[in-house]
Write a protein that binds this ligand. Structure first.
Ligand SMILES: *[C@@H]1O[C@H](CO)[C@@H](O)[C@H](O)[C@H]1NC(C)=O
Ligand SMILES: *[C@@H]1O[C@H](CO)[C@@H](O)[C@H](O)[C@H]1NC(C)=O
Ligand SMILES: *[C@@H]1O[C@H](CO)[C@@H](O)[C@H](O)[C@H]1NC(C)=O
Ligand SMILES: *[C@@H]1O[C@H](CO)[C@@H](O)[C@H](O)[C@H]1NC(C)=O
Ligand SMILES: *[C@@H]1O[C@H](CO)[C@@H](O)[C@H](O)[C@H]1NC(C)=O
Ligand SMILES: *[C@@H]1O[C@H](CO)[C@@H](O)[C@H](O)[C@H]1NC(C)=O
Ligand SMILES: *[C@@H]1O[C@H](CO)[C@@H](O)[C@H](O)[C@H]1NC(C)=O
Ligand SMILES: *[C@@H]1O[C@H](CO)[C@@H](O)[C@H](O)[C@H]1NC(C)=O
Ligand SMILES: *[C@@H]1O[C@H](CO)[C@@H](O)[C@H](O)[C@H]1NC(C)=O
Ligand SMILES: *[C@@H]1O[C@H](CO)[C@@H](O)[C@H](O)[C@H]1NC(C)=O
Ligand SMILES: *[C@@H]1O[C@H](CO)[C@@H](O)[C@H](O)[C@H]1NC(C)=O
Ligand SMILES: *[C@@H]1O[C@H](CO)[C@@H](O)[C@H](O)[C@H]1NC(C)=O
Length: 518
């Protein structure tokens, strides 16, 4: 089926030279608007981010404790006894999940332990890797025999007085359910976001797409308490690093948090920017909380470069070097990475004379191989430069697209979609790049990285894209053009990325460092 084919999308291109031709089976996409934007967006300048003036706030109620607990099917709150499960701590950690956080669900059928031992590390999507993390006191924890110690360490860390952190729940495995309490901020209420995500202001008539919440099968996740989030972020820096899908998530986070701040003027982009599409670094400061929420545009994470060959110079991608932006985020307290959509455009998917390591240009390299090499460079950089005692690292997975009846440039559409996919049979295969990340790259790292596997949950949401509402059209011509060049990659805000942030919050409460520990 055409509509089931994985269609890819690249949001923006650094130069006109990269104008794309749809030639490969993977497909390549770009929205016209974005393409146009890019034409005057070639700047690679990276403004220095300056943060932190003084902040003060009397509202320092910091006592919100979050009871994590796992449930057995008999409804009891689990305790240390769970440590008797004979799996390595690493596995335990990977399986560690959120228990009944809100306590309003009766059963936890996934908790009854049938699947306990087998494939404990490979089947779970909520991966924390790394031998050691701040929670457990001893690096021998990765071995199969240090269980008791690890349990003790982890449980101590989680000493929420109610139960242990352990459970069987994969928060990325679930379904969408109606939630009339959503969205987190009224539609059209957040003036900070890029206009292409503000579907409501751009004239989108339906609004049902904001009334959904993600319900994991095995547990509940808390809704994102913005006041609590900001309290915990006090004095800290949260940075989203990656492509425009991470910009989408970042803008969602800024809007959610801003909604809880009384004096909205005290939330501002530190250099006064109001558009965020140019490559660069942006930082929203929350003055009352002395913290900032930043976005660093780095679509490949690794470095775009130029190779001077005998025939002249040509563009390459250095798989062995990080993008130059690392200095802007290496000291952050929380970093959320992503890279994905740019690995689908022509150059990356064709892979001819494009990928470079040292002085070597690969005449031809498969994109999956290149992606794995790039992320291995990323992983090495993390292990060598990130202070795991301070910084919590996330990798947000691939957000799938929903072009139907064509591709980005051949009339692919999603604008008539007003409901999520309900039948799981219509979902696509787990992306191979994410498989590589999860099973090849992350397991070799020593720094714990939390992988947010959002591919499947976003796959359900064919209804949430800006589609033709990425712009406000005033003439029939604009309307016709909008129909031809829809954005079925990014997401309306409020919308799906709010849920990613909800899951980020839940993960931070579970694994975070310092005062993120509940
Ligand atoms: C703290 O902030 C919350 C949310 O804005 C508000 O409801 C509460 O009244 C504030 N408390 C104080 C002491 O200002
Ligand atoms: C519930 O199950 C747990 C673990 O199997 C057990 O320890 C506990 O006694 C049970 N509680 C009840 C009320 O059956
Ligand atoms: C736990 O695993 C070890 C080896 O991995 C094995 O020797 C031991 O018998 C197991 N214990 C239980 C209770 O299954
Ligand atoms: C978890 O759920 C059970 C049953 O639904 C409830 O009795 C218990 O109080 C809940 N625990 C927490 C910490 O909410
Ligand atoms: C709880 O689980 C029991 C058996 O495990 C099942 O019979 C019951 O229907 C479940 N209740 C809910 C509310 O899911
Ligand atoms: C991750 O989860 C998705 C669905 O939630 C599943 O299809 C996929 O196989 C999982 N990945 C792995 C590696 O288990
Ligand atoms: C880790 O545990 C082992 C054995 O349990 C112990 O010998 C070692 O000293 C511990 N190391 C640290 C740093 O606590
Ligand atoms: C941790 O929980 C135990 C009981 O489970 C309690 O005795 C201890 O005081 C708690 N420690 C902290 C620091 O809360
Ligand atoms: C949100 O967090 C704040 C600060 O921790 C707390 O005062 C408030 O009660 C929380 N709100 C909800 C709905 O849990
Ligand atoms: C604000 O946060 C920075 C660290 O991020 C810290 O050095 C500074 O002391 C904080 N300022 C106040 C007033 O808390
Ligand atoms: C250089 O140009 C020659 C002749 O046009 C061509 O055969 C060769 O592939 C080119 N080499 C590179 C690296 O582009
Ligand atoms: C991290 O913390 C541990 C324990 O507090 C300490 O031993 C270790 O040196 C720290 N690592 C770094 C890189 O600061």
């Amino acid at each position: 089926m055409d509509s089931c084919k994985r269609l890819a999308f690249s949001e923006a291109f650094v130069s006109q030279k990269r104008k794309i031709i749809s030639a490969f089976s993977l497909g390549v996409g770009v929205s016209l608007l974005l393409l146009l934007t890019v034409l005057n967006n070639t700047s690679l300048t990276v403004p220095k981010v300056q943060v932190f003036l003084l902040g003060s706030d009397s509202n320092s109620s910091f006592s919100w404790r979050f009871p994590f607990s796992a449930r057995y099917s008999n409804g009891s709150v689990s305790s240390l006894h769970r440590a008797e499960v004979n799996v390595s701590s690493e596995c335990l950690e990977k399986k560690t999940l959120l228990g009944n956080l809100t306590g309003n669900r009766k059963n936890a059928s996934l908790h009854d332990g049938h699947e306990e031992h087998e494939d404990c590390c490979s089947l779970k999507n909520f991966t924390v890797s790394g031998k050691e993390n701040g929670h457990a006191g001893n690096s021998s924890c990765s071995g199969h025999d240090a269980l008791g110690k690890c349990e003790e360490g982890l449980v101590k860390a989680s000493n929420g007085s109610v139960g242990s952190l352990f459970g069987e729940c994969d928060i990325f495995d679930g379904k969408w359910v109606r939630d009339e309490s959503k969205p987190y901020y009224p539609m059209g209420s957040c003036p900070l976001i890029d206009r292409d995500f503000d579907c409501h202001l751009n004239g989108r008539p339906d609004s049902e797409y904001v009334k959904w919440k993600w319900q994991p099968h095995g547990c509940d996740i808390p809704s994102l308490n913005a006041t609590d989030f900001l309290e915990k972020l006090r004095g800290q820096k949260l940075v989203f690093v990656g492509d425009s899908l991470n910009r989408n998530m970042w803008e969602s986070m800024v809007c959610i948090l801003r909604q809880s701040v009384r004096d909205k003027k005290r939330v501002f982009e530190i250099s006064g920017k109001t558009e965020f599409k140019k490559k660069g670094v942006y930082a929203f400061r929350f003055e009352d909380y002395n913290c900032s929420v930043d976005f660093v545009g780095s679509p490949f994470i690794v470095r775009e470069s130029t190779f001077k060959g005998t025939n002249g110079s040509f563009e390459t991608l250095r798989l062995d070097l990080m993008d130059r932006t690392t200095t802007t985020y290496h000291d952050a307290d929380i970093i959320v990475f992503n890279t994905g959509h740019w690995w689908t455009h022509e150059k990356t998917s064709r892979g001819e004379d494009y990928y470079q390591e040292g002085n070597h240009i690969y005449p031809r390299l498969k994109v999956l191989d290149a992606y794995t090499r790039a992320l291995t460079t990323w992983a090495r950089w993390i292990d060598n430069n990130i202070d795991a005692n301070r910084t919590q690292v996330f990798f947000r997975g691939y957000s799938v697209t929903h072009f139907r009846g064509g591709q980005w440039n051949s009339g692919g559409q999603c604008h008539k979609e007003t409901e999520p996919i309900t039948d799981g049979k219509h979902l696509r295969k787990y992306p191979s790049k994410m498989r590589a990340l999860e099973h090849v790259v992350i397991p070799k790292m020593k720094t714990p990285v939390i992988y947010m596997n959002i591919s499947r949950l976003t796959d359900y949401r064919k209804d949430g894209h800006p589609s033709i509402y990425r712009m406000e059209y005033k003439t029939p011509e604009e309307h016709a053009s909008a129909e031809l060049h829809q954005d079925c990659s990014h997401w309306c805000l409020p919308g799906v990325p709010d849920t990613w942030n909800e899951l980020l919050y839940a993960s931070l409460l579970k694994y975070g460092k310092g005062h993120w520990k509940s």
